[in-house]
Design a protein around this ligand. Structure first.
Ligand code: GTP
Ligand code: SPV
Ligand code: MN
Length: 610
């Protein structure tokens, strides 16, 4: 077998690679070192294959542009499986199949799946290499696009391999194939993939098998598959938490700093909050992470958060100098991969919401000529230039407001945890929980309208516990219990305070009542003041709400009516919510934590009857 790069010296890895080669039968192997020279070779290869083009060096230095197959644009939750040995460890929020049966199905799919292709071997580490317990993985993939993306999103390459070899450390084997072998003489397509897709986790073995898709969450296996689904199982067993959270550092005008982690479902505002530019004078936000946080108790009894990733894989549409200037600055610095956005004649990119004016003409995410005024040639005028789930993939170090603590393997001690979702009604702008258990109830009952980040209908309301619905690697009831138990074991005074937010309330005309984005700093300020006991709150059945003058709305220009609509809570909406929460909890089965039943009863009683 022809090979390039340095063959690893790690017995378990070599044994596994032998198995994969025998099964998948690639034409060649490349052992990735993660170097810039290697990245350049991969870029050349992808250009030759027609998968990507280079963007203009002036506009976006060192950056590339990719279009996927129009059917391979988002996570496929229907085809995502948790194959635990015992079905009871999967639970109602996961698809489950017997691992032996799944392996039979997938072994057949993998048989010869890399014929005609190069297999890339990518040793990676989620989190710092010098963490107390570094979490290694090795992804094998037949996609150079995946290799380029993994290099941005994780610590991938020679240094990680050397650390694995030196310590003989174990790793999570992550097998990925686009599922499109090339027989002799068969020409490739620009975006190889397969109609049949499987994103599969074997939590008992800590192994990941992915087939048929090249899209981020389905193929960059360090991300959702490892750092959330498999890591959540490790975290359950080892007494920590793997969460779908951003991490930020907030500093007040007086120079007091707060560390905050926030869990919002996919495409519900994590990247935007993580990089927020406050509109209120004197306040400062710095970024630590925008998608995944690992939370562990430190020796001082406080809960510390680290970001296991090294890049952003952010939603492109809606990102602009008005909404998220720091994301714009990060991507302007170059070295990025843009997928399924619009491509301008100047070799730059564009998406809906980037600028007020639409460009006259560009090439849309499907490769059609597209006009700002009339939409795509041969398409409907309302069709967008960029797919709603188009993404930028950018090194986190390019973020101009990256906090220094990002480099600390210990992470930061959390002062607050925020849960949130996209709800047009019912959930107020901000609510503080009475205590940890009530905060876990807020997280466990969180709900959100579905977005384009996953295949399927958009705007459908669903429960999304801790924004982890598609990412919990075991039974949701055990997951919620784990949250409760960690709080019980901890010193209550040292636990982060828990809040619940909603930026997405709408009026009768469907208009967002809260301006959001930079103005969300007003909510962060209230949270900081609550932590320091500087502002009162109103006790209500659903938790602690800002008093009439509690929230700083100085020069915000919001109407009294909108403010009341967004900050207040309507009792009747919550009376209607109670049975919905009840039905959600019913789905947990007999393992539903007793504490959650108590919280629901308490809410129901406090609301009383009309
Ligand atoms: P994933 O990467 O999918 O996990 O998403 P995310 O949570 O990081 O979402 P992101 O910050 O990229 O936001 C997704 C969408 O929500 C974008 O279209 C934003 O413009 C929009 N959005 C973010 N914050 C706000 C806000 O405060 N108000 C409103 N109305 N929209 C927002
Ligand atoms: C999400 O869907 O929550 C994302 C994008 O952050 S992906 O990595 O594709 O899952
Ligand atoms: Mn995400």
């Amino acid at each position: 077998m022809p090979s390039t790069g340095q063959e690893p010296n790690h017995p378990k890895l070599l044994a596994w690679l032998d198995e994969v080669v025998e099964l998948c039968r690639p034409d060649a192997i490349h052992y990735c070192d993660g170097s810039p020279e290697e990245a350049e070779e991969l870029v050349e290869k992808l250009i030759a294959a027609g998968t990507i083009v280079r963007l203009s060096e002036e506009a976006k230095p060192g950056s590339i542009y990719a279009r996927t197959d129009p059917d391979d644009v988002a996570r496929v939750e229907d085809q995502t499986f948790i194959c635990s040995e015992d079905e009871r460890n999967a639970g109602p929020t996961n698809n489950w199949m017997d691992p032996a049966q799944m392996k039979r199905i997938m072994t057949e799919l993998y048989d010869g799946c890399m014929v005609g292709r190069t297999m890339y071997v990518m040793p990676f580490c989620m989190g710092h290499l010098d963490a107390d317990d570094p979490k290694f993985g090795v992804e094998v993939s037949d996609s150079a696009y995946v290799a380029l993306s993994m290099r941005i999103m994780t610590r991938m390459g020679a240094e990680t391999l050397a650390a694995m070899e030196a310590s003989g450390a174990d790793f999570v084997p992550c097998l990925h194939s686009v599922g499109m072998p090339l027989s002799d003489g068969q020409s490739d397509v620009a975006w190889p993939c397969n109609e049949t897709k499987y994103i599969v986790h074997f939590p008992d073995e800590r192994t990941i098998w992915s087939y048929g898709s090249g899209y981020g969450g389905n193929s960059l296996l360090g991300k959702k598959c490892y750092a959330l689904r498999i890591a959540s199982v490790m975290a359950r067993d080892e007494g920590w938490l793997a969460e779908h959270m951003l991490i930020l550092k907030l500093t007040s005008p007086e120079g007091r700093s707060f560390h905050i982690a926030a869990a919002f479902p996919s495409a519900c505002g994590k990247t935007n909050l993580a990089m927020l530019e406050p509109t209120i004078p004197g306040w400062k936000v710095e970024t630590l992470g925008d998608d995944i946080a690992w939370l562990r108790f430190g020796e001082d009894g406080r809960l510390y958060a680290t970001n296991p990733e090294t890049g952003f894989f952010g939603v492109a549409p809606g990102t602009s100098y008005a909404t998220n200037p720091n994301a714009m600055r990060a991507i302007e610095a170059g070295n990025s991969i843009f997928t399924n956005v619009g491509l301008t004649p100047e070799g730059d990119i564009w998406w809906e919401g980037m600028t007020k004016e639409k460009p006259e003409t560009l090439s849309d995410w499907k490769g059609r000529t597209w006009h700002g005024a009339t939409g795509p040639e041969g398409g409907r005028p309302e069709e967008k230039a960029a797919h709603p789930n188009s993404r930028f993939c950018t090194p986190i170090e390019q973020c101009p407001i990256l906090a220094d603590e990002y480099h600390d393997p210990q992470g930061v001690p959390l002062d607050a945890i925020i849960f949130g979702g996209r709800r047009e009604n019912t959930v107020p702008l901000v609510t503080q929980s009475r205590d940890w258990r009530h905060g876990v109830f807020m997280g466990a009952t969180c709900s959100s309208e579905s977005t384009a980040a996953a295949k399927g209908a958009v705007g459908v309301l669903r429960r999304d516990p801790m924004a982890m619905l598609p990412f919990i690697g075991y039974h949701v009831a055990d997951y919620v219990q784990h949250w409760i138990d960690l709080g019980k074991e901890a010193d209550a005074d040292k636990l982060p305070k828990i809040f619940y937010v909603n930026w997405f309330r709408r009026d009768e005309d469907g208009r967002f009542m809260w301006p959001g984005f930079g103005e969300n700093s007003r909510v962060l300020k209230w949270i900081a003041q609550r932590i320091d006991g500087q502002v009162d709150a109103e006790e209500t059945p659903i938790g602690l709400l800002p008093t009439a003058d509690g929230l700083d709305v100085d020069s915000l220009g919001i109407s009294e009516e909108d403010l009341r609509g967004v900050v207040g809570y309507r009792e009747q909406e919550w009376r209607d919510e109670v049975p919905r929460i009840g039905r959600w909890f019913d789905s947990f089965g007999w393992r539903l934590p007793r504490e959650m039943v108590d919280e629901l009863l308490q809410l129901e009683t406090a609301l009383g009857r009309e």
